[in-house]
Design a protein around this ligand. Structure first.
Ligand SMILES: [Zn+2]
Length: 97
């Protein structure tokens, strides 16, 4: 990350390259995951057409349940179908079209 870039500009640049989870971002920027999520919400609001944020939904590691209705940026704590707690967290990317 260069000094001239803000954290949000960095996040946008990374998500344009490919999808990342909040954990990936927190590692890349060296900030807590909670902060990465807070930045994500601002990034989502600040994007202008044709750029848009795509949220790849969380998936249960056990039964494959897809949390397709979920619009939040954080990972659910457990699967509503099988109660398993191993959930693949949501990933984010920016689509331009
Ligand atoms: Zn499940």
């Amino acid at each position: 990350m260069t000094r001239e870039m803000t954290v949000r500009q960095f996040i946008i640049a990374e998500l344009e390259k490919g999808s990342m989870t909040a954990r990936d971002l927190s590692k890349a920027i060296r900030i807590p995951e909670k902060e990465a999520n807070a930045h994500m919400e601002h990034v989502a609001k600040s994007l202008h057409s044709p750029k848009r944020l795509i949220i790849e939904p969380p998936v249960c590691n056990k039964c494959g349940f897809i949390f397709s209705e979920r619009r939040r940026f954080t990972s659910p704590s457990r699967c509503p179908r099988c109660r398993h707690e191993g959930i693949q967290p949501p990933a984010f990317r920016i689509d331009v079209r």
